[in-house]
Design a protein around this ligand. Structure first.
Ligand SMILES: NC(=O)c1ccc[n+]([C@@H]2O[C@H](COP(=O)([O-])OP(=O)(O)OC[C@H]3O[C@@H](n4cnc5c(N)ncnc54)[C@H](O)[C@@H]3O)[C@@H](O)[C@H]2O)c1
Length: 371
């Protein structure tokens, strides 16, 4: 018989999916495996983020989805080794108008498979897992790249992903005392501040400008949707600061002349750059739609090292390179999200769910009809 465990969102939460402190540890372990190379992601370079379903600007058929900001379906596939030894896929759709329907912007499912027999052993609601693993990457970033005495966190965007980011950062920013929030919707920033004060006892300030939110910050987290581009001036980032991009954003070019850039996985960003070169639109157009587009342009122009030589969180986590080198160093970390993160955190929650007797077993077959 082949069966798998179905875990709905409630079961995932009972199994600990919201536990950012533990998730940051698991993401650190996952980056250690990446640093050693014990993983595979999709595509010919074994490092692609995923396959995106693009929608046309002018669909020719009624009912066919139409292009729009943050509008996509995406399949992310891969394998993670170490104690995980699991293959997996995350499949999701994103539509920016969903919140007005009482739904999350994106709706995600994660499937985990035995890498030898290929049988699925878990199908899980992925929204909480995915948000928490996303927010835990800044937590790992802070561990290796922030000043140890970092006390002020500047936040650009105050949506659900930024909540997960703060949960993740609070696991490692042991001296954080204050947050400064900028969101284009002020009431969203205000609600976020109230949540953060209650959750972590942090002092909060809602700022009228992005500059005000980040210019005194030791750690900055940018996690916005694409409603309005995030454009950051070099002078707004003080010596010793760490800025982490979880959503898209650009910093003025001069910043990169003196700052250090880190990627979550340089080979995934190489795959993005290769994709942009293959696209049938000018490369600037492709880069404009990509989170790391501003950095990719500087790499192409030789103003930053070749993409493979950009330091990675994986290299820090496996001890191959140090993270922050001095208290004055300014660091930018660009993260794009990887299936290895989803596999690691979903697997961890799945194991706890099994121990707790959660979920529903669903049968595929007693014996397969055709072999
Ligand atoms: N790297 C990853 O692994 C990963 C994973 C999941 C989501 N994301 C990205 O995280 C981002 C945020 O996700 P979410 O679900 O919280 O989105 P959301 O739309 O629910 O919230 C985003 C918030 O950003 C604000 N905003 C938009 N533009 C802004 C600007 N220029 N300045 C300040 N605030 C601005 C909006 O008002 C909103 O409150 C998305 O872009 C998503 O693609 C990244």
């Amino acid at each position: 018989m082949t069966e798998f465990l179905y875990l709905d969102e409630e079961s995932m939460i009972k199994a600990g999916a919201l536990d950012s402190n533990r998730c940051v540890e698991v993401m650190d372990e996952m980056f250690g495996l990446l640093g050693q190379g014990d993983y595979i992601m999709g595509g010919p370079n074994l490092n692609e983020h995923g396959i995106k379903v693009y929608f046309p600007e002018n669909p020719k058929f009624e009912g066919m989805p139409k292009a729009g900001p943050d509008r996509r379906f995406m399949a992310m596939v891969g394998y993670l080794g170490g104690r995980f030894r699991t293959a997996g896929e995350k499949w999701y759709g994103s539509n920016i108008i969903n919140p007005s329907r009482g739904l999350p912007r994106s709706i995600l499912m994660v499937m985990l498979n035995n890498p030898d027999t290929c049988e699925p052993f878990a199908l899980c609601s992925g929204n909480v897992v995915s948000a928490v693993r996303t927010g835990s990457i800044p937590g790992v970033g802070v561990k290796y790249l922030a000043r140890k005495d970092a006390s002020v966190i500047g936040l650009i965007g105050a949506g659900p992903i930024q909540k997960a980011c703060l949960q993740g950062m609070m696991a490692t920013a042991k001296n954080a005392k204050e947050i400064r929030i900028f969101d284009i919707k002020k009431e969203t920033a205000e609600k976020y501040g109230e949540w953060a004060a209650e959750e972590f006892g942090l002092k909060y300030t809602v700022c009228d400008t992005m500059e005000d939110a980040i210019s005194t910050a030791d750690i900055i987290s940018s996690a916005t949707s694409r409603l309005r581009p995030v454009m950051i001036e070099d002078a707004w980032l003080k010596p010793g600061s760490l800025i982490i991009f979880t959503g898209s954003g650009r910093i003025a070019e001069s910043y990169y002349e003196t700052a250090t850039t880190f990627f979550d996985n340089p080979l995934m960003h190489k795959a993005y750059m290769d994709d942009a070169r293959r696209a049938d639109v000018p490369i600037e157009v492709s880069y404009a739609g990509m989170m790391g587009g501003g950095i990719y342009k500087l790499i192409d122009e030789g103003k930053l090292p070749p993409v493979e030589e950009i330091p990675s969180l994986g290299s820090c986590a496996c001890g191959a390179i140090p993270g922050r080198k001095s208290d004055d160093e300014r660091i930018c970390l660009m993260t794009g999200g990887m299936i290895t993160e989803d596999i690691a955190w979903t697997y961890e929650c799945y194991q706890r769910a099994v121990e707790m007797g959660l979920g529903q077993k669903l049968k595929i077959w007693d014996t397969p009809h055709w072999t």
